[in-house]
Design a protein around this ligand. Structure first.
Ligand code: PLP
Length: 423
């Protein structure tokens, strides 16, 4: 692979051998990722068999989408994978933000308290909640938001959390992935510890986990929550789903989210699959393997850039709970060079240069590299960075391990070209 990169793709031999040597040290970590992928793949296979998935389920529905058997089986499969009573898996869910918004708006009422015990949520949730003023936010509907910061070392601050739980919040939202922040991503086991604390202190609180980027990274999922939500153009769509999102969990809470997603009285009974059922299922079938490819690229990125003296999060051999690799590059020029490299490694639009731009739902300009088959898909090789101090780039994805690894090579090449790193 590295030979082809130098002979055909303009990569400097020094860059290629630096990455190749680094990769050779990672065999044990890659084997672990393969093992997790194998378990998760069987979990998906088993769920499909248990639901008696059949050819006839690939027929589509249009219009209202009443009695869509394929949709019902698709949702049964998702419910099985997440040990949930019910699931909504719909092309009408536009994104992870939309899935989370439906779960929140469907289950909260004026005067209720929503609590995040893991610090500030993902950027796009700020306008949903109303942390950042936005028309139609939860805040405008009279929902009160409370937040506990994480401790300096990234752990939960149980003193503050317990004090807020004593207010018996209606809902708690727990973000598994770091998103665009420099903290650790929580493993399902750590989320379980937090959930145990919430249940004992405030037993009627509805617990929602933002599972974006986390699916299939570990051998288990944070299934103890009442609701989990995520995007199909991240992990569980396997790079095949052209859009969509999912919400899984306890039936009454999933149904409440559905009433918001469609309309009160209609709920989950409507929603045409528009010919996407087979595509969603095929993507789900590949997803564990695709996620492990992305994880390998993330591990390699961490190893390469930490060797070069940059701070990386997570560290090379840290336990991973999402596919995101953060690298503190320190300057806007480094971030732009890195993103240019990722763009050059893409199968689509490899010839364009990414520039920072304003994005709906984000407070800062964001630079996004990703020549993807599905617009904005970040299970595909991509890198994003909000253009703010201390200039952290977030690398994720790659539908295959060689592609994710080639991304690292191209990113390093750009930094090397400008003399920003010495090998
Ligand atoms: C991506 C992401 C979201 C939002 O998902 P979109 O599909 O981009 O709307 C929410 N939370 C986390 C942790 C994410 O990574």
């Amino acid at each position: 692979m590295y030979k082809f990169l130098t002979s055909h793709m303009g990569i400097n031999p020094q860059v290629a051998s630096f990455v190749a040597e680094t990769e050779a040290e990672l065999a044990a970590l890659f084997a672990k990722a393969d093992e997790i992928a194998a378990v998760n793949h069987l979990k998906v296979l088993y769920a499909m068999q248990m639901a008696r998935l059949s050819d006839s389920h690939f027929n589509d529905s249009t219009g209202y989408g009443y009695h869509d058997e394929g949709r019902e089986v698709l949702e049964k499969i998702f419910a099985n994978i997440f040990h949930a009573e019910a699931a909504l898996v719909r092309p009408q869910i536009i994104s992870g933000t939309h899935a989370l918004a439906a779960a929140l708006f469907g289950n909260l009422r004026p005067g209720d308290v929503l609590f995040s015990p893991v610090g500030k949520p993902y950027d796009t949730l700020e306008s949903v909640i109303g942390i950042r003023t936005a028309p139609g936010s939860l805040a405008e509907y009279g929902i009160i938001y409370r937040q506990a910061e994480l401790l300096e070392n990234g752990d939960f601050d149980f003193n503050t959390i317990n004090a807020i739980l004593d207010e018996q919040p209606k809902m708690v939202t727990i973000q598994r992935s770091k998103g665009y922040s420099w903290r650790k991503s929580f493993a399902p086991q750590e989320i379980f510890e937090l959930i145990k604390c919430i249940r004992s202190r405030s037993p009627h609180t509805i617990i929602l986990v933002d599972n974006c980027y986390g699916e299939f990274v570990s051998a288990d999922e944070p299934i103890e929550a009442d609701l989990l939500a995520g995007s199909l153009i991240k992990n569980p769509g396997g790079g095949i789903a052209p859009g969509g999102g999912y919400i899984v969990g306890k039936k009454k809470y999933v149904e409440a989210a559905a009433e918001r997603l469609t309309a009160p009285g209609l709920g989950s009974a409507v929603g045409p699959t528009l010919g996407l059922t087979r595509t969603f299922l095929q993507g789900l079938f590949f997803a564990p393997q695709v996620v492990s490819a992305a994880v390998k690229g993330a591990i390699l990125t961490a190893a390469v850039f930490s060797k070069l003296g940059f701070d990386v999060n997570p560290g090379v051999s840290d336990l991973r709970s999402d596919i995101v690799q953060a690298i503190k590059l320190g300057t806007p020029e480094n971030v732009q060079a890195f993103c240019r490299g990722i763009q050059k490694a893409a199968p689509v639009d490899s010839f364009v240069t990414p520039e920072p731009a304003p994005m709906p739902g984000y407070a800062h300009g964001v630079i996004m590299a990703g020549g993807t088959f599905v617009q904005g898909s970040s299970i595909e090789l991509s890198a994003d960075a909000p253009m703010r101090e201390p200039y952290i780039v977030y690398f994720q994805g790659g539908l295959t391990a060689p592609h994710s690894q080639a991304g690292v090579v191209f990113a390093l090449q750009e930094l090397f070209n400008e003399g920003r790193v010495s090998l």
